[in-house]
Design a protein around this ligand. Structure first.
Ligand code: DGY
Length: 339
């Protein structure tokens, strides 16, 4: 009997995606079924002999894993848009293809970005905290109770201006923002891709920033939406915060290490900025209740749920399986990273 092609999948998948995977009876499917993240030693042990591996963003794809898998490995399918957990060079030198899910989660993450902007500006975490603690009776209505900056007439600065940044801008236009600026890996240059046709058509100026200093100092709202790379790690630092407006808020929906957490704690504590809304943070998920950021009332932190709508997670799962299968068969993926 011919040996079946082995694939390793580091999660139980949502129904349709699991069915799609299971219909491939010619595959030997080795799958991590626990609801906890896949155990590293389990992955290293089971990757041996695999032709494809479907991973989550919590699974590191590095030399160690590739060596453990062996020379037959052809494809990594990542259930994510971000690929900072993958050593691209290591894949490239072995001609291993990399699938990812950059398009289907755009709406979900952009929705959450708007939510975090509003929560940070309107002090939602702080307000809800007071109500939940039974402190409303001690803070009856008065004209300045829980006041925060207003979204209309803001300048919004995008650190990274790909699909998610542009989809966020599209949602912010009806709020009456007055200007958008953005910084990409090519400072001062207009972005090539106008994903939703808004850059040309919007009635407000949308301009490339010359550098991060300009973006920090001119924005009322900073949206961090760039990829995590060696050059964006701690791009938002003490210096960055010192250039920001006192009434500005910062939102991070990309990767935690782009913001230096200590610098953020200090900026909030010293009221150098108004507030922060975070979907991601350095060292997540190991954030205990006594983390210094959680002591900052003007910081809203949610546990990396940007793409967590039922519809999006279903699509991400299905697309990841399709990418995995396409990689095994040398066919075109739904979305493939150019290595
Ligand atoms: C991703 O897929 O990279 C996102 O961080 C998920 O929210």
């Amino acid at each position: 009997m011919a040996q079946r092609t082995k694939v390793v999948v580091t999660r139980q998948l949502i129904d349709e995606a699991q069915r799609l995977l299971d219909t491939n009876t010619d595959l030997e499917i080795v799958q991590w079924h626990s609801s906890n993240p896949c155990d590293r030693s389990w992955l290293l042990e089971h990757a041996k002999g695999a032709t494809g591996v479907l991973v989550m963003l919590s699974d590191k794809v590095d030399e160690e894993l590739l060596q453990a898998a062996g020379a037959q490995l052809k494809v990594i399918a990542s259930f994510s848009v971000g690929t900072d957990h993958v050593d691209r060079e290591a894949l490239k030198k072995r001609n291993i293809r990399l699938g990812y899910t950059p398009t289907c989660l755009t709406d979900a993450v952009a929705d959450l970005t708007v939510m975090l902007i509003l929560m940070a500006q309107r002090r939602a975490g702080e307000s809800m905290g007071k109500v939940l603690a039974g402190e409303w009776p001690q803070m009856p209505w008065h004209p300045l109770l829980m006041t925060g900056p207003q979204i209309s007439r803001s300048t919004v600065g995008f650190l990274g201006f790909g699909r998610i940044g542009q989809a966020t801008l599209k949602r912010l236009l009806p709020f009456g923002i007055s200007r958008a600026i953005y910084l990409t890996s090519k400072p001062g240059e207009p972005v090539q891709e106008d994903h939703f046709g808004i850059i040309k058509e919007a009635a407000i100026p949308i301009e490339p920033a010359k550098n991060w200093e300009q973006l920090a100092s001119e924005s009322d709202i900073v949206v961090v939406g760039c990829a995590l790379t060696p050059s964006t790690k701690h791009l938002v630092s003490t210096e960055f915060f010192s250039k920001m407006k006192k009434r500005a808020v910062i939102v991070n929906i990309a990767r935690g290490p782009i913001i230096d957490t200590n610098a953020l704690v200090e900026a909030l504590a010293q009221e150098k900025i108004f507030g922060a809304g975070l979907d991601v943070i350095e060292n997540e998920p190991n954030i205990s209740a006594d983390h210094p950021l959680l002591k900052q009332p003007r910081c809203v932190l949610v546990p990396h749920i940007g793409s967590a709508t039922i519809e999006t997670r279903e699509q991400m799962a299905t697309e990841s399986v399709k990418n995995l299968l396409a990689g095994l068969k040398d066919e075109a993926m739904v979305n493939e990273v150019e290595l």
